[in-house]
Design a protein around this ligand. Structure first.
Ligand code: AMP
Ligand code: GLY
Length: 432
């Protein structure tokens, strides 16, 4: 059997989970992670190249005979890694899993995504976009808009670009900060002002090869820092998979009304999309609406989803590159996965780094995915980021999975460690 060298781009729990999953494949010769973390270092060779330095990445891939790149993070896709590699005489043949720059606009520009959804009649919140040259019109527009008002920076803003204004004053201030004071730089040159949808959120994941698609397991992510979904937004404090309320009827609506028209729309726009589409959904009285598209897998959703998938991940990625997803039958465990993120005290605001992480050797029967970790010169694993470690437990019931994940989360320690103990409990009323 031919084996290949694979480069994973990113440094989060998602990338450690991808590395773990791909390290089980017989199709792999060597794995590399750029830049990776202390967890990927155990399975891959970590590569210290900035993930948007495409020249340096191409040179590295040529030197190391890399045949496939699995891109974890959106910035690399939005900046056009796929286009760069496709245009390079020595890397055009590499399988880059992820969309090209145009396809990545689904995440890179909220204005593009909203226009796309309207054009292809995909259910989403009503909206209007305003460029910074139209600040007076934007201010006037909100005066007759019902509260709350959702205001989104058009471009990538590291998850911080969405404000749900509860008052007209807050909406006004947000518009001024984004359009006038360039709060997110060019990313807020344009804003989308959107209707507020009241419902319950979940995420659907589609893997597509430009011709065929597969639905990956569903997940629910918990974005707020505080228990009871309070406080500031984070990258994600935990996840559960599958989503108990995502029954066959809801998923049929998601596929018919959202997934198929999205893929048809991409084909009509001549976008050859080979990669993941992560669809953030709001379910309003049983009807799904798209809150956002992302062009890569979620973090921490990946840490919850991958342990449930039995299918060989490298074979799956090759099928994406070769447009052979129709030959794959995805095998998914019926178990529940519960993922909890251990974070540095203070996150998502200022936090301290370089705290010694203890107890990792105590963990049994749960997965430990590193995110913001590194090794000091003595080889000790220490904290490096806000989100430090994701713990995933798999069990036949959600309750058991949550109990196991909480138990493991209590065994790992570092100074000022924090994690949410309420994740997943809101879903109990939906369990049959
Ligand atoms: P995003 O960064 O697009 O994922 O948005 C962050 C969060 O804002 C989402 O997870 C939702 O909870 C919330 N949100 C975004 N758009 C809307 C909307 N139109 N109605 C209600 N909540 C929204
Ligand atoms: N967990 C949300 C994201 O990956 O964007």
């Amino acid at each position: 059997m031919d084996t290949i060298n694979i480069l994973i781009i990113g440094s989060g729990g998602r990338e450690h989970a991808l590395a773990w999953k791909m390290s089980q494949s017989k199709r792999v010769s060597q794995l590399f992670a750029c830049p990776g973390n202390a967890g990927t270092a155990k399975l891959c060779k970590n590569v210290a190249i900035p993930p948007t330095d495409f020249e340096a990445l191409a040179a590295f891939c040529i030197d190391n005979n890399i045949q496939m790149i699995v891109v974890g993070s959106e910035e690399t896709l939005v900046k056009g890694i796929k286009d760069f590699f496709a245009a390079h005489p020595l890397t055009y043949h590499l399988a880059v899993i992820g969309p090209d720059q145009q396809g990545a606009q689904l995440e890179g520009s909220k204005d593009f995504a909203k226009n796309f959804m309207v054009k292809y009649q995909i259910p989403t919140a009503g909206y209007k976009s305003f460029h910074k040259s139209a600040l007076p019109q934007a201010l006037q527009y909100i005066q007759t808009h019902p509260l709350p008002i959702v205001i989104k920076a058009d471009g990538l803003a590291a998850g911080k670009g969405v404000v749900i204004a509860q008052t007209y004053q807050e909406a006004q201030k947000t518009l001024q900060e984004m359009l006038e004071e360039a709060k997110f730089g060019e990313a807020s040159d344009t804003v989308v002002i959107e209707e507020f949808l009241e419902g319950i959120e979940m995420s659907a994941f589609v893997l597509c090869d430009g011709k065929n698609y597969l639905m990956l397991p569903t997940a629910k992510d918990y974005k707020r820092i505080g228990e009871g979904d309070t406080g500031l937004n984070t990258g994600g404090m935990g996840a559960v998979s599958p989503v108990p309320f995502a029954d066959a009827l809801l998923m049929q609506k998601v596929e018919e009304r959202i997934v198929k028209p999205t893929l048809q729309g991409l084909a009509t726009e001549k976008i050859d999309y080979r990669g993941f589409i992560f669809i953030g959904l709001m379910c309003v009285a049983g009807e799904p609406y798209v809150i956002e598209y992302n062009v890569r897998l979620g973090d921490p959703e990946t840490e919850a989803i991958l342990p449930r998938i039995h299918t060989d991940w490298v074979t799956l990625m090759e099928a994406v590159a070769q447009q052979k997803l129709d030959t794959i039958q995805l095998e998914v465990s019926d178990d529940y996965a519960a993922t909890l993120f251990l974070v540095s005290g203070g996150y998502p605001e200022a936090f301290e780094r370089h705290k010694k992480i203890e107890g990792l050797d105590q963990i049994q029967e749960t997965f430990v995915f590193h995110a913001g970790t590194t090794q000091d010169s003595a080889g000790q694993i220490i904290t490096q980021g806000g989100r430090v470690i994701a713990i995933t437990a798999l069990a036949p019931t959600l309750q058991q999975a949550l109990q196991q994940a909480n138990h493991s989360a209590s065994l790992i320690n570092f100074e000022k460690k924090y994690f949410r103990k309420d994740i997943g409990y809101d879903l109990f009323p939906f369990l049959k």
